[in-house]
Design a protein around this ligand. Sequence first.
Ligand SMILES: Nc1nc2c(ncn2[C@@H]2O[C@H](COP(=O)(O)OP(=O)(O)OP(=O)(O)O)[C@@H](O)[C@H]2O)c(=O)[nH]1
Ligand SMILES: [Zn+2]
Length: 201
Amino acid sequence: MTDPVTLDGEGRIGEFDEKRAENAVRELLIAVGEDPDREGLKETPARVARAYREIFAGLWQKPEDVLTTTFDIGHDEMVLVKDIEVYSTCEHHLVPFRGVAHVGYIPATSGKITGLSKLARLVDVFARRPQVQERLTTQIADSLMEILEPRGVIVVVECEHMCMSMRGIRKPGAQTITSAVRGQLRDAATRNEAMSLIMAR
Ligand SMILES: Nc1nc2c(ncn2[C@@H]2O[C@H](COP(=O)(O)OP(=O)(O)OP(=O)(O)O)[C@@H](O)[C@H]2O)c(=O)[nH]1
Ligand SMILES: [Zn+2]
């Protein structure tokens, strides 16, 4: 699995630098022609810095930290959580892309499964980073394969990119769909079963 940043043993490269973020936002406001000292903007650099701490919190988290709870309940058929809300940030323009992720896996025959909420937490670990949708999708799939060692994984992500809606080409509503399929879910029959569950509304 490739991480977007070089992580040390603790999964960190440093610490979120709130003061530096605050200064940068102040500079940006000046650059766009605003007065960062006017009443309405006085607290904005500090607020934006705090918001960025949250939006990029995934840079300080490791997938193995959220996939901790595993049980062996002898279920070795597909588990699929669909319509997991995704809020991420396009690394090209630093504007949001949002939509849903569908995450499914076929547990190992030993039956090692994880809590359903942990799949949604895993999505957040990778979504809360500067991202591209393709990398988000493969990181979710690869980390599940590595940590749970299931027989197969499918991840489908459907998002609208604000960089295509509010600027640039300006095509609101365009949906980008990416998928990553691993192991037994590559078999046509299993993959089709998963896709029909994902697409069913
Ligand atoms: N593959 C991929 N491309 C993305 C993603 N998010 C944004 N992009 C694209 O990244 C590209 C960046 O293109 P550039 O030509 O460097 O930047 P730009 O001049 O702002 O491009 P426009 O958006 O076309 O105005 C654009 O085509 C975006 O649509 C993503 O998650 N995956
Ligand atoms: Zn973009």
